[in-house]
Design a protein around this ligand. Structure first.
Ligand SMILES: [Zn+2]
Length: 303
């Protein structure tokens, strides 16, 4: 199943079992390296290297290691994000990509749940100094394929203002080729705030190489988002308690607990299951007699 999707919160399943994340290692950089790149004139990305940074928790099936983070934005503020929440589009979305610790990057990419992407939506507001260092390097990667080793900073600086307690979870794919369907998606409910000027700095990046002068106006990277993909039979879960107040909100954990208890009751002694059988058979007999009686009342007897 593919990504991105629209998250319809009225259909999202409330799941109290979704744990909070441990992103403390985002606040470390022990010998780490960062390579900033204008990737193929489509997006800007920071590739992480050096000592691994691990994320834990978030009900992920394993620990995951940081690979890179990149951004999707629009030419104007009314477009930009790949995912939508209740069909609302954010002006930008950041994807922090990780792979499963027990595999290497390329093996993870083709294994179910091999990749974990944390998605953060943006909103325009006050200046966010956490982005100052990253954005100060953008003039060096204006052109397609330009890249630069930058002074490492803590990834935590970019996400520290976000309440990381509540998020949406579903299973999907990479949104760029080869679109492997191996991604555990986490989209945080709370948004990162940056200023209009900071957002406009992303819009200074170009989709052409240095020296490629076509005579036309410069083409800026923008609208680098994939169209929405159908949800099909997938569910979106969330630990956001606000969902409980919404029409159509469901409690996954309670349902699962009910099923678990029912199974335990039926398998522990056998007696409840036997009693259930008796009830079903008894109800069948009563129904049969009722049908007979009603038929008998309206069919004349041969005499
Ligand atoms: Zn992305």
């Amino acid at each position: 199943m593919q990504s991105p999707i629209n998250i319809d919160t009225s259909r999202a399943l409330f799941d109290t079992n979704l744990q909070s994340f441990d992103l403390r290692q985002y606040n470390t950089c022990n010998g780490c390296t960062m390579m900033l790149e204008n990737v193929d004139g489509h997006t800007v990305e920071v590739k992480y290297g050096g000592n691994p940074i691990t994320i834990r928790g978030g009900s992920l099936p394993d620990d995951y290691l940081l690979d890179q983070f990149h951004f999707h934005w629009g030419a104007s503020d009314d477009v930009g994000s790949e995912h939508r929440v209740d069909n609302k589009i954010a002006p930008m979305e950041m994807h922090i990509v990780h792979h499963m610790k027990k595999f290497n990057k390329s093996v993870s990419a083709v294994n179910p749940y091999g990749l974990a992407v944390l998605g953060f939506f943006f909103q325009i507001g006050d200046h966010n100094s956490g982005f100052d260092q990253l954005l100060s390097n953008f003039p060096d990667v204006i052109y397609k394929d330009a890249h630069k080793s930058i002074t490492p900073f803590h990834l935590w600086d970019l996400v520290s203002t976000v309440n990381q307690s509540y998020y949406y979870r579903y299973f999907g794919s990479l949104t760029t080729p080869p679109c492997y369907e191996t991604v555990i998606w986490t989209l945080f409910k709370d948004k990162i705030t940056i200023s209009q000027d900071q957002l406009n700095t992303f819009r200074t990046l170009l989709s052409r190489k240095a020296g490629d002068v076509s005579g036309e106006e410069d083409e800026y990277i923008s609208d680098d988002f994939r169209p929405l993909q159908p949800l099909h039979e997938r569910s979106v879960t969330s630990n956001d308690p606000a969902l409980l107040g919404e029409v159509g909100g469901h409690v996954v954990s309670d349902l699962l607990e009910d099923i678990k208890q029912l199974k335990q009751r039926c398998s522990s002694t056998g007696a409840p299951a036997a009693r259930a059988d008796v009830v079903v058979v008894g109800a069948g007999v009563v129904l049969y007699l009722l049908v007979c009686l009603s038929v008998c009342r309206f069919v004349p007897w041969e005499v």
